[in-house]
Design a protein around this ligand. Sequence first.
Ligand code: HEM
Length: 592
Amino acid sequence: MAASLLLELLPQQWQLSITSLILLAVSVVLIFWSRRRRNPSSRLKLPPGPTRLPIIGNLHQISRLPHRSLGVLAGWHGPVMALRLGTVPVVAAREALKVHDPECCSRSPSAGPRMLSYGYKDVAFSPYSNYVRDMRKLFVVELLSMRRVQAAFGVVGSTGSTRGKPPHSTPLSPYPLANRVVPSSSSCRASVIGGRGGEGLATPVRRGEGGAGAAERGRRCRSGEGRGEEVLAMFTHCNARAVMLPDYYCCMVEKLIEKLTRNGRNAVAINEHIFSTVDGIIGTFALGETYAAEEFKDISETMDLLSSSSAEDFFPGSVAGRLVDRLTGLAARREAIFRKLDRFFERIVDQHAAADDDGPAAARRKADDKGSAGSDLVHELIDLWKMEGNTKQGFTKDHVKAMLLDTFVGGITTTSVTLHWAMSELIRNPRVTKKAQDEIRAVVGEKERVQHHDMPKLKYLKMVVKETFRLHPPATLLVPRETTRHFKVGGYDIPEKTKVIVNAWAIGRDPNIWKDPEEFIPERFEEMDIDFNGAHFELVPFGSGCRICPGLAIILPHGVRKEDIDMEEAGKLTFHKKIPLLLVPTPNKAPN
Ligand code: HEM
């Protein structure tokens, strides 16, 4: 009534246009409504979620720290929440991996990862397939196995060195690995910074065992269309593969100490030192004796490009998305980084391939004679390329480079970001630092450095690592998954091809699980049998199940007030400390 009165008061030419506009709006609503009725997905009981805006959906509700925005939204809408980011259906559900891991084993397409991984020829960003399963197996069973790592670093546990011995007790069999036997290695270790009579904390940490829950999930994964043998292999044989071995790692720590000592009483940006130490460890393990980050400076930009946050990711298949990425310059940056990355990988592969010209075995022998690492991951991948390259589903040079991307980018950044957070928490919490140092002193005694066999005794230090992962998982939202078929969680329907986000950061700070969740209290783990091996869903910094991180490696300073240490985050795929930690390194000698 009021509307018709208003219309009458308007000039005649306006009346016509406003009436047509109203008719148009009503028709659009009617068409939309009738389509919804016919669409079977509208009959599904989808999880609750925030109200969406036309076109952009819930994009406006996601800040630069998406784990925080999603944490707040989950507080309002519950632990299973549906969103739409652009045109992409998304479900944030921590329960998804716990109960429905086999249905969430894939990854959604994304423009950055697609280009940088040579069209999904890597593991981390590829949709689930036999190739991913086989390459995970290769990664876990061969490339990150104790035997291989020992071969790469020329050590055998804490008892001696293999220098002079052939690095391979059994030769690698070629991809597709159908008949590969999982070695029954059980010495699962990883390292964290530590030391004695020296300069700060330095020590390796022993990991926990898989547990019944893990084995059960491995079994379920396996029964789910043959997926997840690799998970079972990881949990039953070595749920935490070491990427850093004590001898080599000690050498890198010595180098770090030397650098810090040379620096005298000047403050240092500790993140840079951590980064180059981790780069040295993982770089050497994976790429031979190359210091990767010294040769390729754009690692953090690469990381940003791998996060699924381009317009094309939110509007897949649309010209508009691609156009926006072109106009904002993102597409050009992506191409430039890809060219640089490719040149870097080409050089590494070509150098290794040239050394392999006389045959892989001869190259290893030569390398071994020189007392160097002998066989690194690149050699292994080149072997595969040369053996399998001519087959129909050939393993090509691009596959080699894509696998290097996963190790180089995935391994170095995550590990150094974690160490940076750990150091910052230790500086903020002098009580914890003192307790960890006292433990190391007590365990290490008069020795100069922590030894391999000291690791299981450093229980408090392991709790410090767990507490760091609880508060600061570097991949705060893990690597998003995609559903391969419809399933129900918490009574809600999750359709096929839905992007699944697990907020590891919010789980670690959930007051229903953790007392005083914002506080850094390693002692909480004395009472709780919780580890980060993927078996406990209260702590999932490495993910869990079929796509659990095959690296599963961890790394790890007085007189400062807690408030002095800023803990703001920044990043896109992994979230690091926004303001680098500056420290003056001082020797921390054992009392006489
Ligand atoms: C502090 C250290 C690290 C953290 C916190 C971490 C975390 C993660 C997370 C959260 C995922 C996704 C898991 C999922 O989807 O459930 C992942 C996957 C992966 N990580 Fe790590 N990672 C670390 C170190 C490493 C290292 C050292 C390497 C290699 C040398 C590595 C290689 C990979 C690969 C290849 C994947 C892909 C697995 C797949 O998609 O199937 N990571 N990592």
